[in-house]
Write a protein that binds this ligand. Structure first.
Ligand code: C5P
Length: 398
């Protein structure tokens, strides 16, 4: 039997709702606890009585029912996993946009656990740019995972993609996920992420447009697999960072270096994903500098190269992973950094590739390792790029 999980199954109004009954039955047979929440439309396709019987629990239908209030927050927090199956175009759209007009959506917005979405809809609805856009949005949420749709005969009579993933396949996905969750149990990891700011005076700084999304996605991916993660994150946007990650906020390269150095001796794995400023002003003015006519000269001095310094401290049993953001193909530059900074492997991304680099939700990377292997991955959401990097580590270096 699998580890026993607490699973919320969310059912929306599709003909595929009958498959949810089978999913609930499989979950119960596998030893999991199940609570079902249905949208009003779902009850037109399958009876709540069927689902309460199969789940051995009350079925949640309304936020308010018969003068009492169903605590959606409690249901959301109870779950180890929420699976919305089937997820209609309507429910997918509301989930992507944070609408909350039924109990299923209220539970989803309150849930702290991973949420899996099993879309089910007609071919044309599935292929509509609006639906595809909503799916893309859902994929950018760290806690959300969109399960693939099957291709075949649809209820409308059309043939094509749009069928809900089969319940037995969802059970296989759960099995793999449970296995993954413990893959890095007991492993301590350090991740640097985001930009740094080097202040010229109290209101001006040298910086870069890094958002930290790539590094945060790696920290989340490591934590999802059970690693004990310290994330040293530069300034800017507050991210969706998984509970349990030790978050250390810093501003300058020097602060990032000190925080990383402090954690480094304890960790087995370090990922240097931060876009660290290489130079800082030689002097920082305590007062806002006044504008004057003509040019000014700013004297810059080097900041610590965190990856290089910690690469020198690296001992047997420690693995360091670096990043190289280049403007050209960058293979040679990445190879140089790989050996100079003592990385075990380096993740190259190039601004010449559309959708790669800073600020995007996607990235296209090539991994070069210290054994001479080069592996290129297609353009993907940063969450999936993060998983590829962590899986590369697991397969070749753990
Ligand atoms: O030399 P370059 O800055 O391109 O090297 C990139 C790699 O080195 C990245 O992994 C980045 O996080 C790391 N780095 C660092 N400290 C610096 C500069 C870069 O850790 N000061």
């Amino acid at each position: 039997m699998l580890t026993s999980l607490k699973v919320v199954v969310g059912i929306s109004g599709s003909i595929a709702a009958y498959k949810a009954a089978l999913l609930v039955r499989f979950l119960i047979k596998a030893g999991h606890e199940v609570r079902v929440v249905m949208t009003p439309a779902a009850t037109e396709f399958i009876s709540p009585l069927t689902l309460s019987t199969l789940s051995r629990n009350q079925v949640y239908l309304d936020v308010i029912s018969e003068d009492s209030w169903n605590n959606h927050v409690e249901v959301g927090l109870w779950a180890d996993l929420m699976i919305v199956a089937p997820a209609t175009a309507n429910t997918v759209s509301k989930m992507a946009n944070g609408l909350c007009d039924n109990m299923l959506l209220a539970v989803y917005l309150s849930a702290k656990c991973p949420v899996w979405v099993a879309p089910a809809m007609d071919l044309d609805m599935w292929q509509h740019p609006a639906t595809q856009n909503n799916i893309r949005v859902l994929k950018t949420f760290p806690s959300c995972r969109v399960l693939s749709v099957g291709t075949g005969e649809l209820a409308s009579g059309l043939e094509g993609p749009g069928r809900m993933m089969e319940p037995f396949e969802i059970m296989e996905e759960i099995g793999q996920w449970v296995h993954q969750k413990s893959e890095l149990n007991g492993v301590k990891a350090l991740v640097t992420a985001g930009p740094t700011r080097e202040y010229i005076d109290p209101v001006r700084f040298l910086g870069n447009p890094s958002t930290g999304k790539m590094g945060v996605a790696i920290a989340n991916s490591l934590a999802e697999r059970g690693a004990n993660v310290s994330l040293v994150l530069g300034p800017g946007h507050v991210h969706d960072i998984l509970d349990g990650i030790d978050l250390i906020r810093v501003e300058s390269a020097q602060e990032m270096y000190e925080a990383a150095k402090k954690n480094f001796p304890e960790v087995q794995l370090s990922v240097f994903a931060a876009a660290v400023a290489d130079y800082k002003p030689a002097e920082k003015s305590d007062e806002k500098s006044k504008k004057t006519e003509g040019e000014i000269n700013l004297k810059l001095v080097r900041t610590p190269d965190i990856a290089l310094e910690l690469g020198r401290m690296k001992e047997d049993g420690q693995v360091n992973i670096g990043f190289a953001l280049e403007t050209g193909s960058g293979i040679e530059a990445a190879q140089d950094k790989l050996s100079r900074k003592n990385f075990n492997f380096i993740v190259l991304n190039s601004l010449k590739d559309e959708g790669a680099g800073f600020q995007n939700d996607t990235n296209k990377v090539t991994i070069l390792d210290d054994r001479g292997n080069t592996t290129t991955f297609p353009l993907k959401e940063k969450i999936h790029v993060a998983n590829d990097i962590v899986e590369y580590y697991l397969k070749h270096y753990s």
